[in-house]
Ligand binder design. Structure first.
Ligand SMILES: *[C@@H]1O[C@H](CO)[C@@H](O)[C@H](O)[C@H]1NC(C)=O
Ligand SMILES: *[C@@H]1O[C@H](CO)[C@@H](O)[C@H](O)[C@H]1NC(C)=O
Length: 353
């Protein structure tokens, strides 16, 4: 009796036309970069192609210049308005953040009132807990200028208003200066004055994927990609996320998410943003593929639910396609790319065959 009901149920749903649709993703690039640069464009296109979802690189102002000099509060406001104006996103979307772009993404997630829901947040080398040095930028004139400015007075109103990275630099031995002067990161991390709404929004993520590079030199310490950081008042030892106050006191809901099994701490091999194709597929693309997206003509949401709720041996073979499709993806290997533009403000895509 039960099996008859089940198979009727099953047939009923497989005959339905495919009406589910995948949710898109938006990408926020790093400092000294822009959506029109080859590296970022290629990266967005690849993610889109491999996940079979629509991807949008969201530009803030003119890209390169504004990523350096526009304060984060303003960057987030622009991103927030853009996200709200895109009707493509109103069923929800995923965020992919590259380097400092992660802080724009988190700003949108936490601060943007009336925005569509964010489902998965995939962070590639984000300075989430702060950055303790000048992002390495090479020997260009702008970099020399920026470096000397930073050493002068990182928490002065002038630098806070005119140099974006100053908004997330956290010198562990100058926490008074940071508390008084830093205009963005303390708010984003609910560090001093807490706002329950930010925590609630951050905790609503379905998955938070935190990708750290083992040969990271741009982010100091590299563990900031996982919300790890220096202890208050000292330069050592670097605390893993779970031993920071942000986590223990659950300022923004990282602990809540982690205890619910929704944070993936990912360690990949490579320098800042040099992610391999295989790692892109495994740790980014797999979170962009919507569960509801059919990957074969007969694979619908309902049939998959049916599949997982019964161990019926008569289940059609097409239902197990997800797995093999993904394996196919990750078995190919390709080139390693340079993103982020820190190297003399140039973006390069390195073909390594
Ligand atoms: C907290 O943030 C929300 C959303 O931006 C805002 O509406 C609210 O006024 C804030 N609450 C406080 C106490 O600042
Ligand atoms: C990350 O990977 C590198 C190289 O595979 C390894 O040496 C390092 O211990 C790993 N770090 C963590 C925190 O897992």
């Amino acid at each position: 009796m039960a099996s008859v009901t089940l198979s009727r149920f099953f047939i009923f749903f497989t005959l339905l036309p495919v009406i589910t649709h995948s949710i898109p993703f938006v990408l926020f690039h790093g400092v000294a970069d822009s959506c029109t640069k080859k590296g970022v464009k290629h990266f967005t296109d690849l993610l889109s192609e491999w996940s079979n979802t629509q991807g949008y690189c969201i530009e803030i102002g003119n890209g390169v210049w504004d990523s350096w000099f526009m304060p984060f509060e303003d960057q987030v406001e622009i991103a927030c308005e853009k996200v709200k104006s895109m009707s493509e996103l109103n069923q929800g979307y995923n965020i992919v953040g590259l380097s400092q772009g992660n802080l724009v993404g988190r700003g949108v997630l936490e601060f943007c009132d009336g925005a569509p829901p964010v489902k998965n947040f995939i962070s590639v080398a984000g300075p989430h807990a702060g950055e303790a040095s000048v992002p390495f930028c090479g020997t260009g004139l702008m970099c020399v200028l920026v470096d000397s400015l930073i050493k002068l007075a990182i928490y002065s109103p002038t630098l806070q208003e005119h140099l974006a990275p100053a908004n997330y630099i956290k010198i562990p031995t100058d926490l008074d200066g940071y508390r008084e002067g830093c205009k963005f990161l303390p708010k984003l991390n609910n560090e001093f004055e807490k706002n329950a709404t930010y925590k609630e929004r951050f905790s609503s993520l379905q998955n938070l994927v935190l990708i750290m590079f083992d040969k990271e030199t741009v982010l100091v310490p590299k563990e900031t990609s996982w919300f790890g950081y220096f202890p208050d008042g000292a330069w050592d030892p670097i605390l893993p996320a779970q031993e920071t106050r942000l986590y223990i006191e659950d300022w923004i809901g990282l602990r809540t998410l982690d205890e619910a099994g929704r944070v993936k701490f990912v360690n990949v091999s490579g320098r800042h943003l040099d992610i391999s194709d295989d790692d892109m597929k495994e740790y980014i693309v797999s979170y962009l593929i919507d569960e509801n997206t059919p990957e074969s003509p007969v694979l619908t949401k309902s049939t998959r639910q049916q599949h997982s709720s019964s161990s019926d041996e008569n289940t059609p073979k097409s239902l197990v396609l997800t797995k093999s499709t993904r394996q196919q993806h990750s078995s190919s290997s390709g080139f390693i790319r340079k993103l982020g533009g820190q190297q003399d403000l140039q973006l390069k895509v390195i073909q390594k065959l």
